[in-house]
Ligand binder design. Structure first.
Ligand code: ARG
Length: 572
């Protein structure tokens, strides 16, 4: 809801005898710009006042004096509608947007406080599949958004570089591992071995014991096991780094699960001293049945520790290292129980900050009719997806140039890369994160519709108008020329950028930002698709005013896309 809602709520509050905040929450946006910008529904009051809603609306409307940004107030059926003064709103919003530039929309609510964001966190020796895309993309957006809101984000990649799967790899490696092939084929080879291990295990279940023994060797520091593990880790990291470079991502803290091995004894000792441990079939667990959270396994019968044990250690380590005010874990919804158990155990360990831990879950991602699972080896590597997106974008650019008999731009590859990455990233972030994402190539890369390329294209189109305009936009314009209902709706949407950032952070939901960007782009397109509405024209005063507006649109789009981690091409 727009920040212009407050004055209207303040005027209504004493009349309806409700706190301003309550009234503000009830305000709605009317369905059409011609019906004003804010509407107060009178249905609830009808009960207490024993009057028909339209009569209440009439009465309230007659009692509110238009002032400041509110130009008129009229009853429309059961609603009290407020019309903002377009000229005043434009004057308030657009010069400020111009002035703020790259900072437009930012907030200073963070006060430099630290927030850790655990994201991406792929598993070593398994290829970086499209299923890790979601964590990577959502986490990166949250990091950027936190920064824009004045927090000190700490992006953490909690690499899955420890655990029984390394025992499995070492077991199959003994039988057929080939270092030359590993060096040549990298992670694809490791993945193949992993799949082979699982196939062999189906026939020969004892292999699982071999794997367990191998992992023990690794945990006990066996030199050869460690050497191979380090090699697997490096080969995997090389691949991950290529993907991060494509997405423009850098982590502040890239610490694998293996790092926490040394902290395991202290965690287990403390749990024991606090009487939190029980034995169950030789394994050690924390009984959380009383909280409906099952039993949390912290040490296996063979003595090895688990994912959960390492997460207990890493949570404390992060608190000590960064003193976070929030600690986010951007991990798929299937791990909800894991994080609930972790948080509960930290509470039982009397860590007062346990409730600043937030699991940020998300839905699945799938191709139109293809499931992905590492165990069967049927996964789509993310790098292939990004490369294919760039290749398809390049085809579109080349075809577009040919159709218009224009030369193909020199930097076509860079351009195609930005469009391809933007398309894939936006496709992920445009929906509420808990929903599943369906990946459909045609839809993802379309230049119209709710896509990344559409937003990039809108920004680039304005950039080229600005270039033709030939001078920097000025805030010294006749604001009266911007008071049409279409312009007003657009300017209000632009002014809501900081709200979308704030709400997006409150609920770890980048889609608040993507929604706002789509709204801004589509309101601009609506104006622009009207043949008689042009930004650049003979009319100098009108051109100046509309250029300032168009610049505000571009600034909002560029900044918002930046928060989402989407590159903006200078032109398209
Ligand atoms: N490596 C894990 C996986 O791919 C995700 C780790 C998430 N972070 C954490 N601290 N548990 O499932």
């Amino acid at each position: 809801m727009s920040r212009f809602a407050r004055p209207f709520a303040e005027a209504l509050a004493p009349l309806v005898e409700l706190p301003v905040a309550d009234v503000e929450k009830q305000l709605e946006t009317p369905p059409k710009p011609g019906m004003g910008q804010l509407a107060f529904p009178c249905f609830q009051l009808a009960k207490t006042l024993r009057k028909a809603p339209p009569a209440i609306a009439e009465d309230l409307a007659s009692k509110i004096q238009p002032t400041g940004l509110i130009k008129k107030v009229i009853a429309t059926g059961p609603y009290v509608n407020a019309y903002l003064d377009g000229e005043a709103v434009a004057r308030e919003v657009l010069p400020a947007a111009l002035e703020a530039g790259e900072c437009f929309g930012s907030l200073s609510i963070g006060g430099g406080r630290a927030v850790t964001v655990d994201y991406s966190s792929p598993n070593i020796a398994k290829s970086f599949g499209i299923h890790h895309l979601r964590s990577t993309v959502i986490g990166h957006a949250l990091v950027n958004m936190l920064k824009a809101a004045g927090f000190q984000p700490v992006g953490i990649n909690h690499l899955g570089d420890w655990g029984t799967q390394f025992g499995q790899l070492l077991a199959i490696w003994d039988e057929k591992g080939d270092e030359a092939e590993l060096n040549e084929r990298g992670i694809a080879y490791l993945l193949e071995l992993y799949v082979e291990f699982n196939a062999a295990k189906e026939k020969n279940p004892e292999l699982q014991d071999v794997a367990r023994a191998k992992f023990r060797l690794l945990e006990n520091g066996d030199a050869e096991a460690r050497r191979l593990w380090a090699l697997f880790r490096k080969v995997s990291l090389d691949e991950f780094e290529r993907v991060y470079a494509m997405l423009g991502i850098q982590f502040d803290d890239m610490r694998g699960e293996s790092f926490y091995e040394g902290l395991m004894p202290a965690v287990l000792t403390e749990l024991k001293e606090r009487n939190l441990l029980t034995e169950s079939k030789g394994a050690t667990v924390v009984d959380l049945e009383a909280f409906d959270l099952g039993t949390a396994l912290v040490r296996k019968a063979d003595g090895s520790t688990l994912y959960l044990t390492r997460d207990l250690a890493s949570a404390g380590y992060r608190k000590e290292s960064y003193d976070f005010v929030r600690s986010l874990y951007v991990v798929g919804g299937s791990q909800a129980l894991h994080f609930a158990q972790m948080t509960k155990v930290l509470e039982l360990m009397e860590r007062p900050w346990f409730d600043t831990i937030e699991h940020v879950p998300f839905g699945l991602m799938r191709f139109k009719d293809r499931k992905m699972s590492t165990r069967k080896g049927d996964i789509v590597p993310l790098r292939d997806v990004l490369e294919q997106a760039a290749a398809l974008a390049k085809q579109t650019i080349v075809k577009g140039a040919e159709d218009k008999s224009r030369p193909i731009p020199d930097d076509v590859d860079e351009l195609a890369h930005r469009i391809g990455v933007g398309a894939v990233v936006f496709n992920d972030l445009k929906n509420r994160r808990v929903r599943d994402v369906v990946f459909d190539w045609d839809e993802v890369l379309a230049f119209d519709g709710e896509t990344g390329p559409y937003l990039q294209y809108t920004a680039a189109r304005i950039a080229s108008m600005e270039a033709r305009y030939g001078k920097p936009p000025s805030a010294d314009v006749d604001f009266h020329l911007l008071d049409g209902p279409g312009e007003l709706a657009l300017i209000v949407a632009i002014s809501e950028m900081p709200d979308s950032l704030q709400r997006g952070l409150e609920s770890c939901e980048p889609s608040y930002v993507s929604d706002k960007l789509l709204e801004i782009a589509s309101l601009f397109s609506t104006l622009y698709s009207n043949r008689s509405w042009k930004v650049l024209s003979e009319d100098v005063a009108l051109t100046d005013a509309r250029m300032l507006l168009a610049h505000g649109v571009r600034q909002a789009l560029c900044n918002g896309l930046g928060w989402l981690g989407i590159p903006v091409p200078a032109r398209m």
